[in-house]
Write a protein that binds this ligand. Structure first.
Ligand code: XIL
Length: 326
């Protein structure tokens, strides 16, 4: 984070569910290391299934734990995310609600959640992953019931509640010029066409270094070059939004070896260097910082070791890849 700030960026940060990990003292110590991390994102505790597990029952305990840690440490907070198909609670997905009712549910959730954290979030990922891997609309209860209008409705609601938070669209697979990146640019245009504010696009940068075909790991992006990431960032910026790398990790086949660790260092270097090149790239967030807690193996058992610190909290070549870019 110190190096990022020295190069004019707002932050380098990490995601965490400190709620779950606060018993792990060495973990907590590094999370509090503001020389490395000037920003925090909640991995799961600010999502809809965590905050509103039953209709009208709101629980901010987990998210508050992380938000309070960020405040105590003077770290920026990215808030993630009000609408995501995979964290939509079952009372919504199985509720068979009609259009009007679902619009009410959407607005109510955003109203309550964004107002709870009002003034504390540098940015809100208002909508996460509205697109499928090819750039078509992702089938979700929101899209299937409300249609694409759920995006401008969500952004308009958030804009009204917290005028100070940057409102982001966030997705994976948009790290390089591609049909999906073009579709994400169309989302920016769609929201603006309603006269609604969108301030940023979050480029997740969950990167698959396995060398396997993309279908093998449906929620990861392929590894782009520095030039490709700079090019796509400039495409977004041309639409009048800022960008951030919001969920950076680089998955390798486990167990790792020196060749895969070196490839991983290059991937971290490329993303960091691209963000440094593009003035409107405000910062970089890694998706947790230690291989001990990376989400990857729970979703893709053949992959893991995706982060810059190993399971014993020792710095890996990936850490040096980041620092080399600075
Ligand atoms: C993951 C978290 O890491 C897990 O802890 C949680 O259980 C499920 O979600 N893309 C995203 C993130 O936008 O929200 C996902 O995070 C990883 C993929």
């Amino acid at each position: 984070h110190d190096a990022a700030v020295a190069r004019g960026k707002l932050y380098f940060g990490t995601a965490s569910d400190w709620w779950e990990f606060q018993h792990d003292e060495p973990y907590t110590k590094q999370l509090n290391n503001t020389h490395d991390f000037g920003q925090l994102t909640a991995l799961a505790t600010m999502k809809m299934d965590a905050i509103q597990p039953e209709r009208g029952i709101f629980n901010f305990t987990g998210g508050d734990t992380l938000a309070n840690l960020a405040s105590a440490n003077g770290q920026h907070l990215r808030c993630h995310s009000t609408v995501w198909h995979l964290s939509t609670p079952s009372w919504v997905t199985a509720g068979n609600f009609d259009n009007d009712t679902l619009v009410e549910i959407l607005k109510d959730h955003i109203n309550r959640t964004v107002s709870h954290y009002k003034g504390r979030c540098y940015a809100w990922d208002v909508v996460n992953e509205a697109l499928d891997v090819n750039g078509g609309w992702r089938e979700s209860v929101w899209y299937n019931t409300i249609g694409p209008a759920y995006l401008p409705i969500a952004f308009a609601t958030a804009a009204q509640v917290d005028p100070g938070a940057k409102l982001y669209y966030n997705d994976f697979g948009i790290e390089l010029p591609s049909p999906k990146a073009t579709a994400a640019q169309n989302i920016v245009k769609l929201i603006k066409s309603y006269g609604v504010r969108i301030d940023g696009v979050g480029i997740q940068a969950h990167t698959d270094l396995s060398g396997m075909p993309p279908e093998a790991h449906f929620e990861l992006g392929s590894s782009p070059s520095y030039d490709e990431t700079v090019a796509v960032m400039k495409q977004f910026v041309a639409l009048g939004v800022e960008v951030a790398i919001t969920e950076l990790d680089a998955s390798i086949i486990t167990p790792s070896n020196s060749a895969s660790l070196a490839m991983q260092a290059d991937a971290y270097y490329n993303f960091t260097a691209a963000c440094l090149t593009v003035k409107e790239c405000v910062g970089i967030t890694i998706w947790d910082w230690t291989d001990k807690y990376t989400w990857v193996p729970s979703t893709f058992p053949d992959l893991g070791d995706a982060l810059p610190w190993d399971k014993d909290f020792l710095k890996k070549p990936a850490y040096n890849g980041i620092m080399k870019a600075f």
